[in-house]
Design a protein around this ligand. Structure first.
Ligand SMILES: Cc1cc2nc3c(=O)[nH]c(=O)nc-3n(C[C@H](O)[C@H](O)[C@H](O)COP(=O)(O)O)c2cc1C
Length: 341
């Protein structure tokens, strides 16, 4: 007789968007499945479950503190179960590096925010991880949180996409669907659920992005290609046909050809972060490079370059970045978006 696995989706949320996604995931995994959905304040034990899906909103580049406390409390039991993590967040572009005062430049966004909890509890090895983007309803933010975001807006070098919006969304629906279907496959051994479009209604709402300007959209997808020359930062981003292995090989080839020392900072199954260091006219500069595969864009690799130096001194680095892109884009690998119809 087939014994059905028992599952729990446990979540923590501040404003409720994580709750909507928890039920969306339950719908895709299947209403025929034995799967509880509970806020973490409603969970006293994980003992009855075969698998536990832990979902959270993001605060200051990490899951909420309550999630850490929950994992700490149940760590021994969780280590013996199948565990999955998912995050609602503002940004899920995993090629992002953040450079703000008080911290060295570091990887942010999406699944990068799940690295800390995995390092802290290495005995819990998640079967599936996902980070989907999320929603901010600006007029409803608690005062302190609104202030934090205002400050972030001032510090952000690459701009903040929620500026001027009442509701800002960044969620990529395909990421939620792929996550839930990966759980079906890897935890339940079930085929993907293909009748899933209708469950997007768990998330979609008729409310506009701005009450005063109906032309403003809640969600604008990030462009795959970018090229920005700012006073203290040079930034480019592009997309190639290929996987992470190919990207690594091409970046190594570039570093050797241009005389840069490539220092690996971190590596996961979905991205790699390098510092490429070189002396330009007697001044040592670091180029921050991140290559990432994104779940919603299979078969392509997204690569970002950043150099945090003033225009007057970074000319050599810009030339080297252009050379890197030439190598990455060669042989028809440049994956330009299809022209708008
Ligand atoms: C004060 C504050 C800090 C946040 N910090 C981050 C962050 O560091 N990184 C990120 O990607 N998203 C961040 N977010 C975005 C939220 O994680 C996102 O809006 C999420 O959908 C909220 O989930 P909830 O509605 O379940 O609370 C922040 C939001 C607020 C209000």
């Amino acid at each position: 007789m087939h014994i059905q696995k028992k599952g729990l989706i446990v979540y923590d949320s501040v404003y409720g968007s994580t709750v909507e996604v928890a039920y969306w995931i339950k719908n895709i995994i299947g209403m025929d499945q034995c799967l509880d959905v509970k806020p973490l304040t409603q969970v006293i034990t994980v003992a009855p479950y075969d698998y536990v899906i832990i979902g959270s909103a993001t605060r200051m580049e990490k899951p909420l503190k309550g999630i850490y406390a929950f994992v700490e409390t149940h760590r021994q039991r969780l280590a013996r179960k199948q565990v999955c993590y998912f995050l609602l967040c503002g940004d899920c572009d995993e090629t992002m590096v953040l450079n703000v005062p008080g911290k060295p430049p570091h990887l942010i966004a999406g699944r990068n925010y799940l690295q800390d909890i995995q390092k802290k509890y290495p005995e819990i090895r998640p079967v599936v991880i996902g980070a989907f983007g999320g929603r901010q309803v600006m007029p409803r933010l608690q005062k302190k949180e609104a202030l934090t975001l205002w400050l972030l807006e001032k510090l952000a070098k690459e701009g903040t996409p929620w500026k001027g919006l009442d509701i800002w969304e960044s969620l990529i629906a395909e990421r939620v669907e792929l996550f839930a279907n990966e759980v079906r496959e890897k935890v339940l051994g079930a085929p993907p659920n293909t009748e899933i479009e209708r469950f997007r209604s768990c998330w979609q709402s008729l409310q506009p992005g701005s009450l005063t300007d109906s032309a403003k959209k809640k969600y604008t997808p990030k462009p795959c290609f970018a090229h920005e020359e700012m006073a203290k930062q040079y930034f480019t981003r592009s997309r190639i046909h290929g996987d992470l292995e190919l990207g690594i090989q091409l970046l190594k080839q570039w570093a050797t050809a241009c005389g840069l020392e490539l220092k690996e900072q971190s590596r996961t199954f979905f991205n790699i972060y390098y510092h490429a260091v070189k002396s330009y006219s007697g001044r040592s500069l670091t180029i921050h490079i991140v290559a990432a595969t994104l779940p919603e864009d299979p078969g392509n690799l997204h690569v970002s370059f950043r150099c945090y130096a003033k225009k007057a001194v970074r000319g050599g680095a810009q030339i080297d970045i252009a050379a890197a892109e030439e190598i990455l884009w060669a042989d028809g690998r440049k994956a330009e978006p299809a022209p708008a119809r």
